[in-house]
Design a binder for this molecule. Structure first.
Ligand SMILES: [Zn+2]
Length: 686
């Protein structure tokens, strides 16, 4: 993925993280580079990010409701506003009952109807709290836990390893047998983003833990529990014990460690404790015989905790998570309590998001492709689809040429790489076939029930895939998402319509600038098919390393070089970047930028590039790249990103330019400058 910090499932827990830009009018569209945002007093070779964005960084304040702000947020703002109009139009035009458009209208309107939500109070949550209260045995516990399983994680596509539920499900192509779907199970259960929030001894983390305890206490009080503070302490303690058995973010990113096939019987033998039969039955997973258990040690540890910790503590834990999970469709006191921790403490925001933005995000999640269909019809002209498809084709050509020219790669590996490139399925704008929402019931005035039903519908849609043939046309992002994604096992790419808009992609400016921003994104996504995890999957999507050992050694040497390059960046004195955790993304950035640059040069067909706004074609390409990463982030969110995200922060992604010879020429970068790398230290993966 290219841009955003937050996987969707996590955003639902932590609303402030959903990228949502500021109030007021978006600045007038510039068709070209933003000259007024540059700081030419900073030499490109010393800090290219500041050179391209310094004046903007100085004059920009992050809006109170956001943890970060930048160009991506502006594009999201515009897209959200447009989407909101489409949804509201669906609500006011009264489409026939049961129609898709009626559903998005009713979903959004019900969410916005805070009066009705307030009038209902905690009543909608009551049946769930009653079920938790009625838990009397370990098998009751297993049954309830089974009902909390959601299809809310994703190992390889959107790379979301976080679920607040004890486990998370991802249904995707089996890595050993790519002709069938497999149920992947992931660790979960934490209310904070990562194990380090529970285990790290630093002063900052200790403080966050104290604030988390206060938050859990507040939520239990709102749920009507007596002695909330004592019970909250036990809940946080249970989560800390979960954190102790959790795999780290870096380990979770390792496909070879994750691809563990367990039979149903293996769960009982290898991870005793939880009543697995009851759990799977309650989760609607009676049929599959084989599962993929991504973090086996965590499954052993979490399963044990279901017997080692008292039922009362488990019930309090489940109560907290039940109310937290639905906080956005409960009365304002709950929304505010949730914001006090997830917004203020974890992201550093000072004010909650406008409710309509959350409403758009939730409608997008519940009925994403209905909204997407309307969005595409209105805002994504066929001419832009064709233009994007051409750019994709050019970059694939450039990539192929780069592979053919590699002098270190053996002919066998080259042939396989090129075969993989040839079967790459590239989706531009929107899927060929839209999802069917006929089975999803949306009731006007029932925000809580709608959220429940939509989540269940999505879960069942995923479970139903098991046993069906693989659908390579399925999209994992909606067209109105400002992002792009590689599906490594499917060997497919999705470029949603919403990322193909200015200033990323703009028919009214020189091609060099589009190649520097959207071209680099396209190159990035293509490169994922060949990076540290992509190199593990062959053209069919099978986990089958297709490299010769010598080729792999060379590749890994370049990769190690890049790990060291990123390990050396220190956004905070006590917190460096993790070069290993971000390796796949960094390879994709470097390789993607190089391929986009080649494709741009080819697009000139030997003619000189026009000088525009005083810059040569190559300068336009690189400045556009750096401006496409323009972003300013609050410290708490930045720290969270460094600890949990597979992507480096935007500023450091910009520094990928250091690895391209052309950048040195374009800006006269010389030895002694901060970003200067000797030619031998420039990483050339492809
Ligand atoms: Zn990526």
């Amino acid at each position: 993925m290219r841009r955003f910090v937050c996987p969707l499932a996590f955003c639902l827990v932590i609303p402030a993280l959903v990228a949502a830009p500021p109030k007021g009018d978006a600045p007038a569209q510039i068709h070209g580079l933003d000259l007024s945002g540059m700081d030419r007093s900073v030499a490109p070779g010393d800090d290219f990010f500041a050179h391209a964005n310094g004046a903007w960084l100085k004059r920009t304040e992050i809006p109170g409701d956001l943890g970060a702000f930048g160009v991506g947020y502006e594009v999201i703002e515009r897209t959200d506003k447009r989407t909101a109009v489409l949804i509201k139009t669906a609500a006011t035009s009264k489409p026939p009952a049961g129609s898709d458009l009626r559903k998005i209208g009713d979903y959004f309107t019900s969410f916005m109807d805070e009066k009705t939500i307030a009038a209902k109070g905690m009543k909608p949550l009551k049946p769930i709290l009653n079920t938790i209260e009625a838990i009397q045995s370990r098998s009751d516990l297993a049954r309830y836990l089974g009902t909390t399983l959601q299809a809310d994680v994703d190992v390889l596509n959107a790379t979301n390893y976080y679920t607040p539920n004890l486990f998370g499900l991802w249904v995707a192509q089996d890595l050993d047998e790519p002709t069938r779907y497999a149920p992947f199970l992931l660790q979960g259960g934490l209310g904070m983003p990562d194990r380090s929030y529970y285990l790290d001894a630093s002063e900052g983390m200790v403080k966050i833990r104290t604030q988390y305890l206060a938050h859990v206490t507040g939520m239990l009080r709102l749920a009507g529990l007596a002695e909330a503070d004592k019970r909250a302490a036990a809940v946080v303690d249970l989560e800390a014990r979960m954190a102790m058995v959790h795999a780290s973010r870096e380990e979770s990113g390792d496909v070879l460690k994750g691809n563990n096939h367990w039979t149903r019987a293996d769960f009982l033998a290898k991870a005793p404790g939880l009543d697995w039969g009851t759990f799977f039955a309650a989760a609607g997973l009676q049929r599959p015989e084989l599962f993929v258990v991504w973090q086996p040690a965590a499954f052993m540890g979490l399963s044990k905790l279901t017997t080692e910790v008292s039922l009362d503590t488990w019930k309090d834990y489940l109560t907290f998570h039940a109310i937290q999970r639905r906080s956005r469709v409960l009365p304002k006191a709950v929304v505010d309590q949730s914001f006090s921790f997830y917004g203020k403490v974890l992201s550093g925001t000072t004010q909650p998001r406008d409710r309509w933005k959350t409403g758009v995000a939730m409608t997008n999640q519940a009925l994403g492709e209905v909204v997407g269909k309307a969005y595409v019809a209105r805002y994504f002209p066929p001419s832009e689809k064709i233009r994007a498809q051409k750019m994709v084709a050019n970059i694939i050509d450039a990539f192929r040429t780069r592979i053919e020219r590699l002098n270190w790669m053996s002919p066998e590996t080259k042939a396989k790489a090129i075969a993989k490139l040839a079967t790459l399925k590239v989706g531009v704008g929107y899927p060929d076939r839209w999802q069917d929402y006929r089975g999803l019931k949306i009731v006007a005035g029932d925000a809580f029930g709608n959220a429940e039903r939509a989540e269940r519908f999505e879960y069942q849609r995923n479970v139903r895939k098991l046993g069906q043939p693989i659908d390579r046309g399925e999209w994992v992002m909606t067209p109105q998402t400002v992002n792009a994604v590689n599906l490594p096992v499917m060997n497919a790419l999705n470029f949603p319509a919403a990322i193909l808009q200015p200033p990323y992609f703009d028919p009214k400016r020189p091609a060099a600038m589009d190649y520097g921003s959207t071209g680099a994104t396209i190159g990035h996504e293509i490169s994922h098919s060949f990076d540290d995890s992509g190199s593990l999957f062959d053209a069919s999507g099978k986990l089958n390393n297709w490299w010769t050992p010598e080729d792999l050694k060379h590749f890994q040497a370049s990769a190690d070089q890049l790990v060291r390059q990123f390990d050396a960046y220190r956004p905070f004195p006590d917190l460096p970047l993790n070069g290993k955790q971000t390796l796949g993304e960094n390879i994709a950035d470097v390789a993607g930028l190089a391929a986009a640059y080649d494709a741009y040069r080819l697009s000139l067909a030997g003619k000189p590039a026009p000088v525009v706004q005083g810059f040569s074609g190559d300068q336009q390409f690189f400045i556009s790249y750096a401006q496409s990463w323009r972003e300013k982030t609050r410290e708490p969110l930045l720290r969270q990103q460094i600890l949990t995200d597979g992507h480096a922060p935007a500023e450091y992604r910009t520094f990928s330019v250091r690895n391209l010879d052309a950048w040195y020429e374009a800006f006269q970068v010389k030895p002694g400058q901060t970003l200067y790398l000797a030619p031998g230290d420039r990483v050339k993966v492809w």
